[in-house]
Write a new protein. Structure first.
Length: 93
């Protein structure tokens, strides 16, 4: 566009400059709020994952997994032995 007045367009704004409609600012605010909500949600999720890992590490330190698994294996072996004995005696019909 050729400016006949030889003025810079920001020095003398004409009547043709129209301010943005209110809806544009509202839409921008809504969009910004959505972005903020998404970022906050991601932050909360990452915080919960970190907290869950810390809790699991504390549980593993207090109750070692190997001891728990050995105990469960012992219980399974006892149950299997009891079932085998019951089957040998004909108790299970």
């Amino acid at each position: 566009m050729v400016n006949i007045d030889h003025e810079l367009y920001w020095e003398n704004p004409s009547d043709r400059t129209v301010p943005l409609p209110l809806a544009t600012y509202i839409a921008g605010g809504v969009f910004g709020a959505i972005i903020i909500i998404i970022l906050v949600g991601i932050g909360i999720y990452l915080w919960r994952v970190k907290r869950r890992e810390q809790r699991q590490q504390a549980l593993d330190a207090a109750f070692p997994r190997s001891a728990y698994e050995q105990e469960m294996q012992l219980i399974r072996n006892q149950q299997n032995a009891a079932n085998a004995a019951a089957a040998a005696n004909g108790v299970n019909h």
